[in-house]
Design a protein around this ligand. Structure first.
Ligand code: SF4
Length: 972
């Protein structure tokens, strides 16, 4: 079923000529010797099986007499978190092994991880600061760049106010970089700061956190080895997270586990499935509700679990009951008998896990999709135990960390929100006057108002002034580590690019911001700042399973690049608040010390349990990787350095580092004590609703002194329990200081007490600091409290729109969301007749994200050379399109068009097409290579999928819709 490209050899020779000279041929052997890879890397290049790789012997020999040092860092290409072990001689990265000691990757890398050395050595990097002058790129000095950028920022502030400068951050920051980025936006005075999670898992964060407490992966890849049933719905780890698949496939073999894939596309993961369920794109809710319909009808639900730990299923049943097998099949195309079979396996052959990624989240109903997934897990009691859980696979290497740390329009760091209390908490942590922070914003009201999602930066530039709810439109953008082509509606962004008063791109590569801006007619006031990779600096990052890993620098920053910390420090200094912002952070030269940044984070992150992961503990974990168990990820209790810890101290890791909480490898596991990583569901929705308790009933952790549910701990609760007597005088003094006045002392809580005393005492009594509540199936604060199916904005099933319309137009995140009007207009104008094919998008194994970095890597560029669209044999035949031929893809908005190759394949069903989203550097058929700074153009260019993708935003998050739109395809 998976068709190989027939022209492969021809393409290979042409690319080899391009990257390596006309007579040079790049075969696997040349690849290895030139990329500095040893045999482990070679084994990894073949996609799988990863279980059979053998340990590497050696890389290329160092120069005679040169000392070789070993440095560990983490692969920057996805959130699996594979360790990279590098050999360095004379300051040169000469060899690499895929880290046999890591419990996460244990000697495996995929093609991307195997070729990361090229990121450092690549001649395609942005080498020095550049400035656009009359439409041409010219080299400038760092001092000049920072000076001019700062002056223009201050000018925007003077003319339009702080909200008019947009801070677009990165999921590739270290935690410490992410923290400084959020902090600089706060000191500048705006919540218009955002990052990649907006367009990958913002819906997960909102939907899942609103169900049971935190919006993160509950278990881990390693723990999937315990599952008896795995359902992959909207993820494709074989391509997107390749090394994670070793855990899933080994678990499948060892447990004879059910391996079920529900997806519109027969992916490479589906090729491993016992059962493949094809659904129409955008119908996850009908399928999930349909599974629950079978489960409740047959009595397969976990009644005891629901009674003890879940609120609201009686109410939710009213929606579930609508999804009988006939209606599910009518809407999604899934036959009732097949869905009943899958539902039965999931409910009865336990433990079961549901895995998802952007297939579920990338929708206008993304938040509702993930809530329906959580409900399925709750209905069957598949949360909080080994082998169960919502294994939500994150994308970029630190998208989890950057999200937790609040590079986000809706919160200060660590999900504290934007309320006055949240800002006061951080002003205490930062030791700056709260009133000073207020003075930095346009007003206190704006300080407490969510910013504009990055999905809509260009709307904030282009919409009439009175439609943007801030003092002025967005006038300037500071983009650090984010791809422009990851954002839908590229034709609209082309209109906005020339209109900005300032555009700064800080990145190891110029990125599509550079090529598109010049192509759009931008002539000046644009700067490119070279940032080094994470392999050239140090800091911590969070893998998908919430483990923190510390990376050490392998080599010094290449060319004239600086690390994220340096650039943020220099900008803060120019803007005049560096002394305050770095008050408690040591700065060496112009480089803030990341260990100090992490210590400041530790002092403020009580709400999420990032307080126990000191730099010293994280470094000890990297030194002792071999001591952690492959399945439990725990080190032996008697180990002097990491005894009893779970690898990477997965958050929440409660209390101060001295308490030595081991981390929480499985969220909401009430079968183990809190000091062994146990927790109930978070009691964050109150204690009662409609006369029913929202606290757990008869379910509690072993060793808990409270044998039932309980609310989150505050001083008020402590006093009732008499536990305030357990606080030390020093802790009490800090709590009194946080309270500000004796009248407020009862409100100081586990998340605002800077002494950590409340957490310490709660743990001493065997209790989880955040309480022991019920998960909820009815999220009464969301637009659809119980998930409701809504047809995509652009759907071929116009017969379903009347019954399942998108939500009414409304103002959200400072901007109008006119999805309803757009959907209605599309139906009225018969758009689906002119554009009859569903178009979806996703990931390839060879590339990552917007792809400029990986397409600049000669070893990866060799593997995937052209942008393509998958089309079914039937649809191709109807259009006279041959496999491998050029086609025009036209989109439903803006007369969008894109030229690419056709891949005729049965991976997609009739009526459905699919594109990878990593390409860029072409627009509407035009090759933009000449628009990049000379020598910094990626090796492989191609049309961006998001040129075709259209309007559509999740009302709860601003998530875009890159998974369902409509297109037409014709031979070029
Ligand atoms: Fe591992 Fe992901 Fe890097 Fe591949 S891209 S080596 S799976 S971290």
């Amino acid at each position: 079923m998976l068709i190989k490209r027939t022209e492969r050899e021809k393409h290979r020779s042409s690319l080899a000529a391009f990257v390596g000279g006309a007579n040079e041929r790049l075969d696997r052997r040349a690849f290895l010797s030139r990329s500095g890879l040893a045999a482990g890397g070679f084994a990894a290049l073949g996609a799988l099986p990863l279980v059979s790789v053998r340990k590497a012997k050696a890389g290329p020999p160092p120069a005679a007499g040169a000392a070789v040092t070993i440095h560990k860092n983490i692969c920057t290409h996805c959130a699996v978190g594979c360790t990279v072990t590098a050999e360095v001689s004379n300051g040169v990265w000469i060899g690499q092994e895929p880290s046999w000691d890591s419990p996460i990757n244990r000697g495996s890398h995929c093609a991307k991880g195997a070729s990361v050395r090229e990121l450092v050595h690549s001649e395609r990097r942005l080498k020095y600061p550049m400035k656009l002058v009359n439409g041409e790129w010219s080299r400038i000095k760092w001092d000049q760049a920072i000076d001019e950028i700062g002056d223009k920022m201050l000018e925007i502030r003077r003319k339009s106010g702080p909200e008019s400068l947009y801070w677009m951050g990165s999921a590739k920051f270290s935690n410490e970089g992410a923290y400084l980025f959020r902090k600089i936006a706060a000191f500048w005075g705006t919540n218009n700061n955002d990052h990649q999670a907006r367009i990958c898992h913002s819906t997960t964060v909102t939907g899942v956190a609103n169900t049971w407490g935190y919006g993160a992966m509950t278990n881990s890849f390693n723990d999937v080895r315990n599952s008896k049933t795995m359902v992959f719905m909207g993820c494709n780890p074989a391509e997107a997270h390749p090394v994670s698949l070793q855990h899933m496939l080994e678990g499948k073999e060892l447990n004879r586990a059910n391996f079920i894939v529900i997806d519109p596309r027969l992916t490479r993961t589906a090729a491993h499935a016992n059962e493949y369920v094809r659904i129409r794109p955008g119908t996850d809710i009908p399928v999930l509700m349909g599974m629950m319909w079978h489960i409740f009808k047959n009595g397969w639900e976990d009644k005891e679990f629901i009674k003890q730990r879940v609120h609201g299923f009686e109410e939710a049943r009213k929606e579930i009951d609508k999804w009988n097998p006939e209606e599910v099949e009518r809407v999604s195309g899934v036959p009732g008998a097949q869905l009943e079979r899958v539902a039965k396996l999931f409910a009865t052959e336990k433990p079961s896990t549901l895995l998802w990624s952007m297939g579920q989240t990338h929708h206008t109903v993304g938040t509702a999709n993930v809530r329906a997934s959580c409900m399925l897990l709750l209905a069957t009691g598949n949360v909080g135990k080994p082998g169960t859980g919502a294994n939500i696979i994150r994308g970029h290497d630190n998208v989890q960390g950057a999200t937790d740390i609040g590079v986000d329009t809706v919160t200060t760091p660590f999900y504290y929100g934007l309320s006055e209390g949240a800002w006061k908490h951080w002003s205490r942590v930062w030791e700056v006057d709260y009133d000073y922070l207020v003075s930095r914003f346009d007003s206190k009201e704006m300080m407490e108002t969510a910013g504009i999602p990055l999905t809509r930066w260009f709307d904030a530039v282009l919409l009439p002034r009175d439609q943007v709810d801030q003092s002025d439109n967005v006038r300037g953008m500071f983009v650090q580590g984010h791809a422009s082509n990851s954002i839908t509606r590229i034709p609209e962004s082309m209109k906005a690019l020339p209109q900005l008063d300032l555009l700064v791109v800080a990145d190891p590569h110029p990125t599509t911001w550079a090529s598109l801006a010049v192509a759009a007619g931008r002539k000046d006031n644009m700067y490119l700042l070279p940032i080094c990779t994470q392999f050239e600096t140090s800091g911590s990052r969070v893998a998908s399973n919430r483990s923190l890993q510390w990376g050490e620098p392998i080599v010094k920053p290449s060319f004239e690049s600086k690390d994220d910390y340096q650039v943020l420090y220099l900008i803060a200094k120019k803007l005049g608040f560096a002394d305050l912002m770095f008050k408690n952070i040591k700065v060496e030269g112009d480089r803030p010390v990341p260990e100090d940044v992490l210590r400041e984070m530790n002092r403020g992150s009580w709400s999420t349990g990032y307080t126990g992961q000191s730099p010293e503990r994280l470094k000890a974990h990297m030194r002792n990787q071999h001591k952690f168990d492959l399945v439990t990820m725990r080190a032996p209790k008697d180990d002097p350095e990491v005894g009893g810890d779970f690898y990477g101290l997965p958050w929440p890791c409660w209390g101060t580092p001295e308490i030595r909480h081991p981390g929480s490898p499985i969220l909401y596991n009430s079968d183990v004590a809190v000091m062994d990583g146990g927790n109930g569901f978070r009691a964050r929705f109150g204690v009662e609703r409609n006369g029913q308790t929202l606290l757990a009933e008869g379910s509690y952790l072993p060793g808990s002194e409270i044998k039932d549910g309980y609310p989150e701990f505050t001083m008020g609760v402590f006093k009732k329990l008499g536990w305030d007597k357990d606080l030390t005088p020093a802790e009490l003094a800090t709590i009194e200081k946080v309270a500000g006045s004796p009248d407020n002392i009862d409100t100081v809580s586990w998340s605002t007490d800077l002494s950590g005393g409340i957490q310490r005492v709660a743990l001493k009594h065997g209790c989880s600091p955040y309480g022991n509540g019920k998960a909820r199936t009815v999220a009464w604060n969301l637009p659809d409290p119980i998930p409701v199916h809504r047809e995509p904005i652009y759907t071929p099933r116009i017969d379903l729109v009347a019954k399942y319309p998108t939500l009414p137009d409304a103002k959200q995140f400072r901007l109008p969301n006119i999805g309803f009007s757009v959907q209605k207009s599309a139906v009225d104008r018969g758009i689906a007749r002119a554009f009859p094919l569903i178009v979806s998008s996703g990931r390839l194994v060879e590339y990552e994200g917007g792809g400029e970095e990986t397409r600049s890597n000669r070893w990866l560029a060799e593997l995937q050379q052209e942008m393509f669209i998958e089309i079914s044999p039937a649809d191709a035949a109807e259009r006279g399109i041959e496999d491998g031929s050029w086609v025009w893809v036209t989109g439903a908005e803006n007369s969008a068009k894109a030229k690419m190759k056709a891949l005729v394949t049965e991976r997609v069903g009739k009526g459905v097409t699919w594109m990878p989203f990593h390409f860029g550097g072409w627009f509407a058929g035009e090759d933009l290579r000449s628009r990049y700074p000379q020598g910094a153009d990626p090796i492989v260019l191609g049309e961006s999928a998001n040129t075709i993708m259209t309007y559509g935003y999740d009302p709860a998050t601003g998530m875009q819709e890159p998974k369902v739109s409509l297109c037409q395809i014709s031979a070029a």
